[in-house]
Design a protein around this ligand. Structure first.
Ligand code: NAP
Length: 496
């Protein structure tokens, strides 16, 4: 059970502690932030509301800890990460339980998130040993006017203190996807978990504590992003920010100082369906892609752009598959569970009502109880409806019927977002042409969008992000190249 056994020390009464200087602590604020269970809509957990002074202290210690961590041999850093991965997987049950209660993620998916996170940490340790174990060697005589009098050696060095801010929907996975690359590369790490998902993150951090990382190298500051967020992201002690979330990331990018940014933000992933596609495969992927975790995925299918001639058949097939989705509590492992908050549910309802006013075709009746919204397919959506452009982050999926491939590409590219997209066709030549034309970070051919496997590059363009994630890219992003040039008194040629 969360907060018991190996995790008993992270709890003080009914408030979870924050983690700093290798210890679990109570905030001097004396205040707690309540975490509402999206299913029961009552307070499930409480976490410390950390103060600015506590942030200052954490940054100071993180800076000191990083200096000696950077001198820790790479193989030892990897060894500790492997150990943490093992402990994380060993404790998957209480961490998954927190995910079920905090973010209403179905029970099986919650367990999968923790196991996947352990695998990510191990993979990152292995990848880090390989890519950080190598540098480059350049010679000067390739550039016009130079003799071979200079040898340049490059290696990758850490940036310093990395600030990691993940979102609610994959709090553990998206936290470790920042923590592991930061640590293997020799950085220290300050985590600000999402409020919904903070308790799962605190348990995950305790697994790193149990693995025996040096004091102060990892810290976890809790509190509302709206209260402590600006102070963290604008803190002079931060040398890199890795953020995943919504538009908040755009605001952070404007405020952050001259530090490298990794921003993975929202999406409006389009699914383009051509006449020659396997329509059963299309329907299966639309339902899985659009409604897994109730549509609360950055890479959920968020708009279907289907050729008019096959639209009726696609809509019928999607409807019949949607009828098999189970709706209810995450504890019962239902497909559709309550969305994360009442305000999210209200926002989704606003999009649905706008579509209703503008006469979209409702394939099911709109139904909501508390934060639970029944899955809904909206057909005949037009570009003047908000749902055609906005990210509902809920179980509501618009279908736009298109007369040509160009119309589909145009709609996709007119979006502010550019995370992923997908194309269904049996013609690989058409698929490649459309993929090249789509202004998105990734295009999936004959499958719905997805962030994994976690070592694949993952990036958004336009308002969907800055930089690229994926294990290798994250390690590279959290390092800087350092060169040493050996200047020879006379030209020297190999075997010369
Ligand atoms: P969000 O509201 O932007 O919050 C993300 C994180 O930012 C949370 O930890 C939040 O803390 C924190 N935060 C809030 N205000 C802040 C501030 N002023 N300064 C610093 N941090 C602040 O996003 P969300 O609702 O958790 O997640 C949903 C969004 O994430 C969707 O748009 C989705 O598409 C996107 N997402 C993108 C990816 C990707 O890789 N591209 C993956 C998953 C999700 P609090 O919880 O305490 O407010």
């Amino acid at each position: 059970m969360a907060g018991t056994g190996a995790f008993a020390e992270i709890l003080d009464g009914d408030v979870y502690k924050y983690y700093a200087d290798g210890e679990w602590k109570k905030s001097s604020s004396g205040k707690a932030v309540a975490i509402t269970n999206p299913t029961t809509r009552t307070t499930q957990y409480k976490v410390q509301a950390c103060t600015q002074q506590e942030v200052n202290k954490v940054m100071e210690i993180a800076k000191i800890a990083q200096k000696s961590w950077a001198k820790t041999p790479l193989w030892k850093r990897a060894e500790l990460l492997h150990k943490a991965a093992g402990i994380l997987k060993e404790h998957k049950i209480p961490i998954a339980e927190a995910l079920v209660k905090e973010i209403a993620k179905p029970a099986k998916d919650s367990l999968t998130e923790v196991v996947r996170s352990g695998d990510l940490v191990s993979y990152c340790a292995e990848e880090g040993v390989r890519i950080l174990g190598e540098g480059t060697f350049l010679v000067s005589d390739s550039f016009p006017g130079n003799e071979r009098t200079k040898y340049c050696l490059t290696s990758k060095i850490p940036l310093g203190v990395v600030l990691a801010i993940p979102p609610f929907n994959y709090p553990v996975n998206l936290a470790v996807s920042k923590i592991a690359p930061a640590l293997i590369a020799g950085n220290s790490l300050v985590l600000k978990p999402p409020t919904q998902g903070a308790v799962a993150c605190l348990h995950m951090v305790h697994c790193f504590h149990l693995a025996g990382f040096p004091k102060g190298l990892i810290s976890c500051i809790t509190g509302k992003g709206s209260e402590i967020g600006d102070f963290l992201t604008m803190h002079p002690g931060v040398n890199c920010i890795s953020f995943t979330g919504g538009d908040t990331g755009i605001a952070i990018s404007k405020k952050a100082g001259m530090v490298p940014l990794q921003m993975e933000l929202g999406g409006k992933d389009a699914c383009i369906v051509l006449e020659d596609a396997d329509l059963d495969l299309v329907a299966a992927n639309i339902v899985k892609g659009g409604f897994s975790y109730s549509g609360q995925r950055c890479t959920a299918v968020k708009v279907v752009l289907v050729m008019e001639s096959v639209a009726d058949e696609v809509v019928e097939k999607v409807k019949s598959r949607m009828a098999t989705l189970t709706i209810g509590r995450p504890e019962d492992d239902c497909d559709i569970t309550p969305v994360v908050s009442e305000s999210s549910a209200n926002f989704i309802e606003g999009l649905v009502m706008d579509a209703k006013e503008k006469e979209a075709t409702f394939c099911q009746e709109y139904k909501r109880e508390g934060n639970l919204i029944w899955p809904l397919l909206l057909d005949n959506v037009r570009p003047d409806m908000r749902i055609a452009w906005e990210e509902p982050f809920g179980p509501v999926l618009p279908v736009i019927r298109i007369a040509s491939i160009e119309e589909g590409i145009h709609h996709c590219n007119a979006s502010n977002f550019g995370l992923q997209g997908c194309i269904f066709t049996n013609d690989i030549n058409k698929a490649m042409l459309i993929s090249d034309a789509m202004e998105t970070g990734t295009v999936q051919i004959n499958s719905s969008p997805a962030r994994g496997p976690d070592h694949f590059p993952f990036q958004g363009i336009k308002d969907s992000g800055i930089g690229s994630q994926g294990i290798t890219n994250s390690i590279n992003m959290m390092t800087k190249v350092k060169s040493t040039v050996i200047n020879l008194p006379s030209p020297s040629y190999t075997m010369g």
